[in-house]
Design a protein around this ligand. Structure first.
Ligand code: KIV
Ligand code: ZN
Length: 382
């Protein structure tokens, strides 16, 4: 049986918290509309109380984005919740996302509250938020480092208070995949009313495990994932939308889950977000990096030219990339060279080809890539 995993995109909230990123209203609208077109289920539009600009943009996105849930973040404070409710008022499907920390670290050093006090504040926030909207998501900040029994207690009480979605953030990117899996599964198995809510993965990438943790959470029973385009976000970033979506699609037999994402639009939206945020995409970035479908070594080129699946598990067209790229370098072999020459309209008898290949090897040793112009000069001039 296949389950739906809801895609909660937080590019415009956690993503915009990336150091150095600031988006104006027009840019936020452009990204918001692109995310809707991509097929996300929830757009986290911002943190309305944090500034007048954020209030305005959450309000504008609530008006403009159709067919999705629009979500606003709040602390577990009455004024935050009232302001978020006001900003979200025009939304077709508004969601208030409220909560506070659950780890001993956050309780002691940041919140300076006992567990009981924090629980009461959380429960009251959910009850207040439910006066404004039917859909209330509760985040338990720093769940990854929290005491499990306390997490179970909080989940049970906030569901009783009316929370519809429970967000289990690994705020500091601390957990390993098996731990995050057990955290989600533990909640679902141990909290008596867990069947009344959807559980959500929200992972940060401090140790490079955000995608692995999110997928482990899905295997543990989470049915919502909180992600950003290109994995942008605080510090080392959030879980990358494109990685989770493609892992669920390519490894469907393992995860048994579907999303509503139109994967052919992934590359386009990834580039849009990169251009508007100024956050460059590393060439070897999974799924959307410039090198993700490029092959430069002779052994790999020989394989993919015979049968693409030998070295490529994602068909580039699935994400909107033109096609597999054969990059000619000093590591390329005869098969790659012959293929590119024939794409350029040159086909030579074996003897002449061997001479060209030798010239090619000499040239390739002097540069990182032999491009089409180099090849033309090689075959026409020499
Ligand atoms: O990382 C985190 O804990 C968050 C919450 C505010 C949801 O971004
Ligand atoms: Zn976060």
């Amino acid at each position: 049986m296949s389950h739906q995993v809801y895609i909660f995109d937080t590019t415009l909230r956690d993503g915009e918290q990336s150091p150095g990123v600031h988006l104006n209203m027009e840019q936020k609208l452009t990204i918001g509309l692109a995310l809707v077109d991509l097929g996300v289920n929830v757009v986290e539009a911002g943190f309305p109380i944090s500034s007048p600009g954020d209030f305005e943009s959450v309000n504008m996105l609530s008006r403009e984005l159709k067919g999705v849930t629009v979500c606003g973040l709040t602390r577990a404070k009455a004024r935050d919740i009232e302001v978020a409710a006001e900003a979200l008022r025009p939304a077709e499907r508004p969601r208030i996302h409220t909560g506070l920390g659950v780890s001993n670290n956050h309780l002691e050093f940041k919140l300076r509250m006992s567990k009981e006090e924090a629980l009461e504040v959380g429960v009251n926030s959910v009850k207040l938020a439910r006066n404004f909207v039917e859909d209330v998501e509760y985040f338990m900040e720093d769940s990854g480092r929290a005491d499990r029994d306390y997490v179970y207690k909080v989940v049970e009480e906030v569901i009783k208070a009316g929370a519809t979605v429970i967000n289990v953030p690994d705020t500091t990117g601390y957990t390993a995949p098996d731990e995050y899996h057990d955290l989600i599964k533990g909640i679902i198995d141990n909290v008596p009313n867990s069947d009344k809510a959807i559980f959500s993965c929200h992972c940060h990438n401090d140790l490079g495990m955000a995608t692995a943790n999110t997928l482990a959470g899905v295997l543990g029973g989470a049915r919502q994932v909180e992600v950003t385009m290109n994995g942008i976000g605080e510090r080392a970033g959030n879980t990358a939308l494109e990685e989770v979506v493609m892992a669920l699609a390519i490894r469907k037999e393992r995860f048994q889950c579907e999303t509503t994402i139109h994967s052919r639009k992934l590359l386009e939206v990834s580039r849009l977000v990169s251009n508007l945020t100024g956050m460059l995409i590393q060439r070897n970035k999974a799924v959307v990096g410039a090198n993700a479908y490029a092959h430069s070594s002779g052994i790999h080129q020989d394989g993919v030219l015979k049968e693409r699946s030998t070295y490529e598990i994602i068909d580039p067209e699935m994400v909107g990339a033109a096609k597999t790229e054969i990059i000619l370098t000093a590591r390329s072999g005869r098969h790659g060279l012959k293929h590119r020459l024939s794409e350029l309209g040159f086909n030579f008898p074996d003897e002449r080809f061997e001479m060209i290949y030798e010239e090619f090897c000499r040239l390739a040793d002097t540069k990182s890539e032999v491009n089409d112009q180099d090849l033309r000069e090689l075959v026409l001039v020499r």
